[in-house]
Write a protein that binds this ligand. Structure first.
Ligand code: UT7
Length: 329
C-alpha cells in the first residue's frame, strides 16, 4: 500500500470578471443585496473561444504539473469532476488528455455537483494507494455559466466559471491524504438540479422543443442542509484522524456563500481565520471551488510541509464530503 501525496496545484480562470452591478442591469438585484447575503463581489465568466471546460482544465493541470515537475507522459490517470463538460460525448477527461498529450493515462469524468473535485480526488487517492496508478491528475472544473438561468436572480448571482487541478503521486512517506469521507442523499436531488437537459427529455420525440437545461435551486433549504452536512462531515474527519480543530492549519471549504462558510465555522470548533476564502472574487465555481482556493492558498505560501489541511464540500445530488491531508511539500 502507498500513500497519495499532492505534489502540485494549479488553477485557471476566464478573463471576464462580471460585477454585481452588471448583473443588476438584467435582473432585479443590487450589489448591496448580493454582498450582504452572499459575500460575492464578482465572478468570472468564460465567453472567449479557447476558454472551454477542457481548455480551462488543461491550463490548470499544466500549472500543477509544472509545480510538480511531472511530464504529460508520466500521468497514468486523469479524473475530472464536472457537470459542464464541453460535450455530452466524449468526457472532459479525454479532451484534457488530448490537450496535455498525456497518452499513457486513462481519463474519465465524475458528476457530483459542486462536490465533483473531492469525488475525483478520492477516486485518484484510492487508485494511487492500491498501486493501480503512480501519477495522476484530479481536476475540478465547471463553466456553470453555460447552464444558468440568467433571468433567475436566486441562482445567477451565485455562480462563476473556473478550474483547479492537483497532481497526486504514490509515495511511501507517512504524509499525504489521510482520510476521505463522501456522502450523498439522492432523496434531496430536487433542491438543486438542471431542468430537463441531456437525455431526460427524448428530443427525437419532442421535436423542436427548445432545451432548458438551466439550474433550479431551493436556496433556503439548501443553505441549512449545507451547514449541517459540512459540520457533520468535518467532525467525522477530525474524529477518524484523532485531530482537534487546533491541529488543522488551514481549512478550504466549498465557496458556496460567505454566510454558509461563517455558519459552518461557528458550528465547528475551528477558528474562522483558518478558513481560506475567495468567494468574494469568484463566487461559487462549483467543482472548481476547492482546488482553485487550495491553489491560491498554496501559491501564497499559506500551506507548509507537514501542515494538516482539511477540505470540505457540498453540492447537487445532494453530495458532500471531506478530505484531510498532511501536506507533502
Ligand atoms: O453550491 C452548493 C449549492 N448552493 C448553495 O448551497 C446555495 C445556498 N443558498 C444560498 O446561498 C441562499 O439561500 C441564497 C443566496 C440563494 C439566497 O439568500 P437568502 O438569504 O436565503 O434569501 P431568500 O431566498 O430567503 O430570499 C429573501 C428575499 C426574497 O424576497 P421576499 O420574498 O422576502 O420579498 C427573494 O425574492 O430576497 C429576494 N431575493 C433577492 N433580492 C435581490 C432573492 N435573490 C435576490 C437577489 N437580489 N439576487
Amino acid at each position: 500500500m502507498f500513500n497519495a501525496c499532492i505534489i502540485g496545484t494549479g488553477s485557471a480562470l476566464p478573463e471576464k470578471a462580471l460585477l454585481n452591478s452588471e448583473i443588476g442591469e438584467f435582473v432585479d438585484t443590487s450589489d448591496e443585496w448580493i454582498v450582504r447575503r452572499t459575500g460575492i463581489k464578482e465572478r468570472r465568466i468564460s465567453l472567449k473561444e479557447g476558454e472551454g471546460t477542457a481548455d480551462l482544465a488543461a491550463l490548470a493541470s499544466q500549472k500543477a504539473m509544472e509545480m510538480a515537475d511531472v511530464s504529460p507522459e508520466e500521468l497514468d490517470l486523469i479524473v475530472v469532476g464536472t457537470v459542464t463538460a464541453d460535450r455530452l460525448v466524449p468526457s472532459a477527461g479525454c479532451m484534457v488528455q488530448q490537450i496535455l498529450g498525456a497518452q499513457n493515462a486513462a481519463a474519465f469524468d465524475i458528476s457530483a455537483g459542486c462536490s465533483g473535485f473531492l469525488y475525483a480526488l478520492t477516486t485518484v487517492k484510492n487508485a494511487t494507494c492500491s498501486g493501480a496508478c503512480k501519477t495522476a491528475l484530479a481536476i475540478g472544473v465547471d463553466r456553470i455559466s453555460t447552464i444558468l438561468n440568467w433571468k433567475d436572480r436566486g441562482t445567477c448571482i451565485l455562480l462563476g466559471d473556473g478550474a483547479g487541478a492537483v497532481v497526486v503521486k504514490a509515495s511511501e512517506k507517512e504524509t499525504g491524504i489521510l482520510s476521505s469521507h463522501l456522502k450523498s442523499d439522492g432523496r434531496l436531488w430536487e433542491l438543486l438540479y438542471s431542468k430537463e437537459g441531456n437525455s431526460y427529455v427524448p428530443e427525437c420525440l419532442e421535436g423542436l422543443k427548445p432545451k432548458s437545461s438551466y439550474l433550479v435551486m431551493d436556496g433556503n433549504r439548501l443553505f441549512k442542509k449545507a451547514v449541517n452536512s459540512l459540520t457533520d462531515i468535518a467532525n467525522q474527519a477530525l474524529k477518524q484522524n484523532n485531530l482537534s480543530g487546533e491541529d488543522i492549519s488551514i481549512l478550504v471549504p466549498h465557496q458556496a456563500n460567505m454566510r454558509i462558510i461563517q455558519a459552518t465555522a461557528q458550528s465547528l470548533d475551528i477558528p474562522f481565520e483558518k478558513f481560506y476564502i475567495n468567494v468574494d472574487r469568484y463566487g461559487n465555481t462549483s467543482s472548481a471551488s476547492i482546488p482553485l482556493a487550495l491553489d491560491e492558498a498554496n501559491r501564497k505560501g499559506l500551506i507548509k510541509k507537514g501542515d494538516y489541511v482539511m477540505l470540505i464540500t457540498f453540492g447537487a445530488g445532494l453530495t458532500w464530503g471531506s478530505t484531510v491531508l498532511r501536506w507533502c511539500f
